[in-house]
Design a binder for this molecule. Structure first.
Ligand code: NAP
Length: 178
């Protein structure tokens, strides 16, 4: 399960999870459900219609790029041996993961923690190979020249972006494309 799966981090997460053989559920707003399916998501949830932590479905692994619920809500959505990883979200949730995550780990087999990735050469080489072979595709919604950074941030803030919004140093580059 990937919460916030149509954004900059989530579009990679869907593709890499499918590559690893996972059955993937993506959570996003209504207008992005087909987009998640097009990247390989097997199931999609509209966060405006359903709270995945209350549906009764239990997930083996949750990757959360937009965490804002209580740590107990996330623990409820995990299978008995499941793991929850916080990638981004509210400071309140982050603090709960850091302070209460270890306690939840001690009282059962569920794991809730922050995802901290140390960039390394092996991973970079692997990702480059996946891009070159077309196995993983970086999804770029729009490109903006450096002079239009405020507009790019405004666009991102409107919540319509799918994948990455990129700042280029070349004013002549086309604005849109994947
Ligand atoms: N640890 C790391 O290595 C790492 C790497 C990359 C990013 N991050 C962090 O991860 C976070 C996300 O980065 P990003 O680049 O993926 O951001 P992003 O492109 O803004 O993606 C976030 C996605 O979540 C959606 N969303 C908003 N509210 C939601 C909700 N309640 N439920 C489900 N989805 C919701 C947004 O769509 P709408 O706005 O349309 O609803 C958007 O598509 C940031 O905090 C960033 O710092 C961490």
């Amino acid at each position: 399960m990937i919460n916030g799966a149509a954004g900059g981090a989530g579009t990679f997460a869907i593709q890499l999870a499918k590559l690893a053989g996972a059955e993937v559920t993506g959570v996003e707003r209504t207008g992005k459900l087909d987009f998640m399916r097009s990247l390989g998501a097997d199931h999609v949830i509209d966060y405006n219609r359903e709270d995945f932590t209350k549906s009764g479905t239990r997930y083996n692994l949750i990757l959360d790029v937009i965490a804002h619920r209580s740590v107990f809500a996330y623990a409820r959505a995990l299978s008995p041996n499941g793991s929850y990883f916080f990638v981004g979200g509210s400071v309140a949730t982050m603090l709960q993961i850091v302070l209460r995550g270890p306690w939840i780990r001690r009282t059962g087999a569920k794991k809730l923690r922050m995802l901290v990735v140390q960039p390394n050469l092996n991973d970079m080489v692997l990702m480059a190979e996946l891009y070159e072979s077309g196995t993983v595709v970086p999804v770029i919604d729009r490109r903006y020249p450096l002079s239009e950074v405020p507009e790019a941030i405004r666009y991102l803030g409107e919540g319509r972006a799918r994948g990455k919004v990129v700042i280029t140093l070349d004013n002549d580059m086309n604005r849109s494309g994947t």
